[in-house]
Design a protein around this ligand. Sequence first.
Ligand code: PLP
Length: 419
Amino acid sequence: MSKQNFFHTLQKELQRIEDAKTAKRHEKIIEGFTDDPAPRAMIGGKTYMIFNSNDYLGLRFNDELKSAEASASESFGTGPGAVRFISGTLKVHRDLEKTIAKFHGRDDAIVISSAFATNLAVLFCLIKGQAADSVVAGDTLVVSDELNHRSIIDGIRVAGLPKENKAIFKHMDASDLKRVLSENSGKFKRVVVVTDGVFSMLGEYQDLKKLRSVIDEADNNFEEGIILVVDDAHGIGAFGRSGKGAEEVSGGEADVLVGTFGKAFGADGGYVVASQLVIDYLRESAATYIYSNSISPGTAAAAKAAISLLESKEGDKLLEKSRDSVKFFKKLMNQEGFAFAADSDHPIQPVLMGDAGISKAFREALFEAGILVTSINYPVVQKGRDEIRVQISASHTRSDIEHFVKQASRIGRDLGLLK
Ligand SMILES: Cc1ncc(COP(=O)(O)O)c(C=O)c1O
């Protein structure tokens, strides 16, 4: 009987989520993809243009990546077989780590199953130290941008710091970070400042140069100084002249940089690049690395092929096409009278709806018209800043974008959003 009561409580929680209209589990099942230049998703016998994917360069359908994946699976098998320190370190994993470290101009890298799992480990290890007898434990202040990704928030949460060891600075506000650091001057041994590079809801980026200068100025006020941790999952591969993300665009460097192979690189898995010391420390301490499998050999080989492609002329062309397409999309949408929730040059384009009902109706009408987008609502964004998040891919053709804008304008007029 007692466990029935627990299940009843879980049922009530599901109902609470449904009532709050935040349920996410009613997922659309994609049965396959067409072979258009920007492949369409096949759902329930219909095809849909994809304007809600993080595959910013269209690399997940790239033949070079697919053949690298197939040949690594042939040589190394379909799974890693064990965690890295037991017998799961395959040559493809180390090759990938060396390649991504070189791409970012850092000493070394560590690859972990996902960027979410990477952030959990990085923050736990840098804030507190993973082991009970770790000499890193305690006396750390962690300072986080107020709109950081959930994986950063959870990484801080699992470290279980007391309230006074945690602070938040206003979104993308370096002067507020300065205030937090000065109010806490000398009170802690060390400080970890953590932020997203590109923020996934609005496509805007943190000015890392400004953050860096605030941090460097306050560094001496703490016995062990301040380090800057940046998670640039959406920026790397998609943003900046050579795809190096927020660091390249803003001209500021992280001490510890987290990325994912699961977005612009078209593969899967998370990683950190940093100094040799930091990577050695993480390899010894990160629980999601030590006690959990890494990515499969095929995925590691595909990710490595994606980096090589990005560094080639073809990569330059894809990035240039991505920039042109973003400009083209913004121009057409502005001409139609749409407003944006932020002025982003990143492939994430937040089209302002201003109301949860309108954004839901807009998304549903686009779906009816054969187009996939995501609607983003309060509390993820501020009240009245509800948006349709459009994600432009380098694989979209001009006519795909024109088609999107035509459909969006028709729906915008029908819903009274446009005159
Ligand atoms: C900023 C940020 N960090 C981390 C992640 C997680 O990436 P992964 O899918 O590799 O776990 C995401 C994905 O949504 C993200 O937006």
